[in-house]
Design a binder for this molecule. Structure first.
Ligand SMILES: Cc1cc2nc3c(=O)[nH]c(=O)nc-3n(C[C@H](O)[C@H](O)[C@H](O)COP(=O)(O)OP(=O)(O)OC[C@H]3O[C@@H](n4cnc5c(N)ncnc54)[C@H](O)[C@@H]3O)c2cc1C
Length: 417
């Protein structure tokens, strides 16, 4: 059976789907059209991995799935059927880009260029795919077939892959249209918010963050709302002029409540995550006893960068104090600050600055084995349009790859039946 397939959105997910259709389509008759609003598709793809494209993460699917939070169960078939090893084989053998593995199993192209990954993907599909560039889709309607209305006219397709992405870094083209179209087609869209985003400090903590701007250290970061711990994550934290960024705050940002108005919300930093409160207190007590002629700030510098040590000593009113005769209540105060440093938050992380959008099309309404909508037959939904956000480290592009594979496989199966 001949199929006219429209891929709405030529970002990572849409382009990967076009690649899989080319790779798998032998013997089938599928006319593939990718529609993207930008002159060149894959505009967000070229920003990935700080311009180097962290394309996947070499872990087994059973471990990998845990990195997708609430979507763990949903994403498993995609990771199992087209996992990191498949992604790597595809990029190396089909796209012709050699890959390398870095810290924490993160996979990058040897050329360190996301632009080259994007270009290789676009080049790979040119002979099998029509790309409608600078074409903005304004609506998708389902009647006998799919009517895709654009600013340049209407296209008709038998099947559609919806891959317009999330709602962040909107200059790349991902401005939440996936959600608008999915809603109009009858889908439930779960509320969207920032994930993997920097965190802005409130006025009470802003000056501390400013003074420490540029300093990075390993911490355990916990989100607290109304004194209740919501979640925590250990990793590097980077102080910035506006607040906190780096792996740990960004990873935890998805847990910050959307509405913080009138609430007591903060990020708590444990600056010595390898020790319990008691162990740290008793070690500090020993150090104080053994180094009476040493300044407290010098002792703290054994655990944290000296600029952080002086801020802590200052906050505990101990800036110029020596270990000799150091009062117990000050030591306790220092321990509290080192283990429970609070950075106040008075607004939710900015969605525009989020690397990924949390929320999106409800996973209950999509078949996890085929990516087909359970509401609209012939509609497939992949990528950030779905309510899936992975942690940082190549997981989000890997999700796009796996989902693209499942959708392509199903579309081809249908065309052959
Ligand atoms: C700065 C940054 C760095 C990142 N680094 C990594 C990384 O290293 N590894 C990783 O795994 N993930 C990374 N991510 C996340 C990853 O880029 C996304 O998860 C992924 O791009 C999502 O793919 P998508 O196709 O669903 O959406 P997108 O890539 O956003 O693509 C959506 C496409 O749809 C098009 N579109 C939208 N609306 C319309 C419309 N109405 N009409 C026509 N076209 C439309 C857009 O132009 C866009 O091209 C990063 C994200 C950012 C912002």
């Amino acid at each position: 059976m001949s199929i006219r397939l429209g891929i709405i959105g030529g970002g990572a997910a849409g382009l990967f789907a076009a690649c899989q259709l080319k790779r798998l389509k032998e013997g089938s008759d599928i006319e593939v059209t990718v529609i993207d609003r930008n002159p060149v598709p894959g505009k967000k793809l070229i920003l990935t991995g700080h311009g180097r494209c962290n394309i996947t993460n070499r872990k087994d699917a059973s471990v990998l799935k845990k990195c997708y939070h609430e979507a763990e169960k949903f994403i498993y078939p995609a990771l199992k059927e087209f996992g990191p090893e498949d992604t790597m084989a595809f990029v190396e053998n089909e796209l012709g880009l050699k890959l390398k593995e870095e810290e924490n199993n993160r996979i990058f192209p040897v050329c360190d260029s996301a632009v080259r990954v994007r270009d290789a993907v676009v080049c790979y599909i040119t002979d099998t795919t029509e790309i409608l560039r600078e074409t903005k889709v304004t609506n998708i309607r389902k009647a006998d077939d799919f009517e895709v209305i654009t600013d340049k006219g209407t296209c008709h397709f038998d099947q559609v892959i919806l891959s317009c992405g999330g709602n962040s870094f909107t200059h790349t083209g991902s401005s939440g249209d996936s959600y608008k179209f999915a809603k109009r087609l009858g889908h439930t869209v779960n509320p969207v918010k920032a994930a993997l985003a920097p965190v802005r400090a409130d006025e009470s903590s802003a000056s501390l963050c400013q003074r420490l701007s540029g300093v990075s250290l390993n911490t355990r970061v916990s989100v607290f709302s109304e004194d209740k711990k919501i979640s925590s994550f250990e990793g590097d934290t980077l102080f910035a002029d506006f607040g906190l960024t780096g792996p740990a705050p960004m990873e935890i940002s998805r847990e910050i409540p959307s509405d913080v108005t009138g609430k007591k919300v903060c990020l708590e930093l444990d600056l010595v995550p390898s020790m319990s409160d008691e162990a740290f207190d008793s070690e500090l007590q020993e150090l104080i006893g053994a180094h009476s002629d040493t300044k407290i700030v010098t002792l703290l510098s054994r655990y944290v960068p000296s600029s952080v040590a002086s801020e802590i000593a200052h906050l505990a009113d101990s800036a110029d104090m020596y270990a000799q005769g150091f009062p117990k209540d000050r030591r306790k105060k220092i321990c509290r600050l080192m283990k429970h440093l609070h950075i106040g938050i008075d607004r939710a992380p900015d969605l525009e600055k989020a690397y990924v959008t949390r929320g999106g099309v409800s996973l209950n309404e999509v078949d996890r084995k085929t990516m087909e909508s359970k509401i609209v037959p012939g509609l497939y939904i992949i990528g950030e349009a779905l309510d899936i956000d992975g942690i940082s480290g190549g997981y989000n592009l890997q999700a796009c790859m796996g989902e693209a594979y499942l959708a392509a496989k199903e579309i081809i199966k249908r065309s052959l039946s």
